[in-house]
Design a protein around this ligand. Structure first.
Ligand SMILES: NC(=O)C1=CN([C@@H]2O[C@H](COP(=O)(O)OP(=O)(O)OC[C@H]3O[C@@H](n4cnc5c(N)ncnc54)[C@H](O)[C@@H]3O)[C@@H](O)[C@H]2O)[C@@H](O)CC1
Ligand SMILES: [K+]
Length: 517
């Protein structure tokens, strides 16, 4: 698991160590230099003679870059620091100069920007130490001008140098992942003490490259702001069936999905649930769709009975007009019944509440407040509609710009656990926030969301009572489903296009791989 703490939590954890005289900057900058030296060796065989540019801001982030630059200069690199502010880390500058590095004071000669940009762009490696966790708002002043000019140069020539971000790519929203101004995209981020939320959250996470954390022994306490599950976390909590298990202990998934015109979503959802290890999949939607589903997956039972998680809505049209016009094949009514059962409100039926996955058209069927063991799985457009229906003045662009904020708002407004689909999937529930980046861009294809809903339905059914009793678990299970789904997409055709049904078909092999590694 990767855990990210807020800037304030990191500062609070650093404080006692600094008071005790622990040389945190020395440790951080030496580790940074070691990583950069490794990259330079991998890219051009040797550190000696490599051209390294340091982009240096006013604070300790610039100090880290200067000290790391001094270490690299000591190993024979040709290091140039570009100072963007009249304030800079004096000790770092002195160390760099002693080691033979050069300093360019961009802040006293802004007219040199063009020449500086050419030199930086031609270097073998760039360390971005403009701002770190002390940043206030988007980059401004000479730092912003420099990054803007470097981005423009990269756009014009198509050639961008290797960029290592110091602690974070300068200018990202450290705590919220926002990108409100110019940011130099990094190939790698070397982060200190622990990951920061902005390194996991979109859109900033997409600018961080590969993230490596340097352990500073910070002793962070309390819950992290954002987590990211890794394969081992998912494997550790996977309910591997034992000899005493049977289909009801494995979990039965009830599915209401698709319409007669669009039965594919139902096939994909049911297939994914079967493939993810459901004890049984019960199709509870319209009869016409049910025949298609059973034709595709003979394991599916199209009859009433016990259900341990519901999946409601994939491929079901949204909007009351659809139901009025009969275009929903009566799926809205069946979906409502499934959700009432999941909430434990269905009169006359045995069994208590069970988890539910609510997707696409199912999102229209929700009461104002729903239990936290309901996992809503909207994409950004659907989340916008959901939020607007509850009085929020929000546009799709706002959700794209701040996915965590708006997923959290939807959680607060509905009470549900919210899984916001995207290149990075964000999950917010009573158990906290997760950000998963497991799937390739190729996964953005029709039907992929139906497969995710089926995988999540099976995973919730297997943990049905546990999730209802401890709803904080719902977010973790949802994040785990995103991981399985994303990795299955990689697995089905590494580096190339994927089809949704192929992703579902790759799920069993992916789970076996997780469990055996
Ligand atoms: N506190 C510590 O003990 C450690 C801190 N470390 C480094 O120190 C960093 C934090 O240092 P600081 O607190 O000095 O803060 P930063 O270096 O992140 O930046 C703050 C400085 O940048 C300027 N600034 C703020 N917002 C700006 C903006 N939007 N545009 C342009 N300039 C802006 C401010 O004038 C301020 O002087 C961490 O990110 C990390 O790199 C590491 O050396 C590890 C130890
Ligand atoms: K930085």
């Amino acid at each position: 698991m990767i855990s990210a703490w807020s800037a304030a939590d990191v500062r609070a954890a650093e404080e006692p160590l600094l008071v005790a005289g622990v040389p945190l900057m020395e440790r951080a900058s030496f580790a940074l230099a070691t990583v950069v030296a490794g990259d330079l060796r991998a890219r051009r065989r040797s550190v000696r003679g490599a051209g390294v540019a340091l982009l240096v801001g006013a604070g300790n982030n610039g100090g880290d870059a200067l000290h790391a630059g001094a270490v690299l200069a000591g190993r024979g690199a040709a290091v140039t620091a570009v100072l963007t502010s009249e304030r800079f880390h004096a000790g770092g500058r002195a160390a760099l100069t002693r080691a033979g590095g050069r300093v360019v004071e961009l802040f006293v000669a802004p007219d040199r920007l063009g020449a500086v940009v050419r030199d930086v762009a031609a270097s073998d490696g760039v360390l971005d130490g403009l701002v770190g966790i002390g940043a206030r708002g988007p980059l401004r002043g000479p730092a912003a001008d420099l990054v803007t000019a470097l981005r423009r140069a990269a756009g014009e020539t198509g050639a961008a140098p290797w960029v290592v971000a110091v602690d974070v790519p300068s200018g990202i929203g450290v705590d919220d992942g926002a990108v409100a101004g110019p940011v130099l995209p990094a190939d790698r981020t070397v982060t200190f003490g622990c990951a920061k939320p902005g390194l996991l959250l979109p859109p900033a996470a997409l600018l961080a490259g590969e993230v490596s954390a340097v352990d500073l022994g910070l002793g962070l306490e309390g819950a992290p702001a954002v987590r990211r599950l890794e394969a081992a976390d998912v494997a550790r909590s996977w309910p591997v069936p034992g000899p005493a298990d049977h289909k009801y202990t494995r979990g039965v998934v009830g599915v209401v999905a698709g319409t007669a015109t669009y039965p594919g979503a139902a096939v994909l959802t049911a297939t994914a649930a079967v493939r993810a290890g459901a004890g049984m999949v019960r199709y509870r939607g319209s009869g016409d769709v049910g025949r298609v589903v059973v034709g595709a997956r003979p394991e599916v039972v199209a009859a009433p009975g016990r259900v341990q998680s519901w999946v409601v809505g994939p491929g079901v049209p949204a909007g009351p007009e659809a139901a009025d016009a009969g275009a929903d094949d009566g799926q809205h009514e069946r979906g409502r019944a499934g959700l009432a059962a999941a909430a434990g409100r269905l009169a006359g039926t045995a069994g208590g509440p069970v988890p539910a996955v609510v997707d696409a058209g199912g999102l229209d069927l929700l009461d104002d407040r729903v239990p936290p063991w309901f996992v809503l799985t909207p994409h950004a457009g659907e989340l916008t509609t959901l939020l607007r229906s509850r009085g929020e003045d929000v546009r799709r662009e706002d959700v794209d710009a701040e996915p965590l904020r708006w997923a959290r708002r939807a959680h607060e407004l509905t009470g549900a656990t919210v899984l916001l689909k995207g290149g990075v999937t964000v999950v917010v529930g009573p158990g906290g926030a997760y950000a998963q980046a497991d799937g390739p861009g190729w996964l953005a294809t029709a039907g992929a969301g139906d497969v995710l809903a089926g995988v999540l339905g099976a995973m919730l059914a297997a943990r049905s009572a546990e999730v209802v009793e401890h709803p904080a678990r719902a977010a973790e299970v949802a994040a785990a489903a995103a991981l399985v789904h994303g990795r299955a997409a990689h697995g089905t055709n590494p580096g190339g296009p994927v089809a949704a049904l192929d992703v579902a078909d790759a799920v069993p092999r992916e789970i076996a791989g997780l469990l055996s590694s």
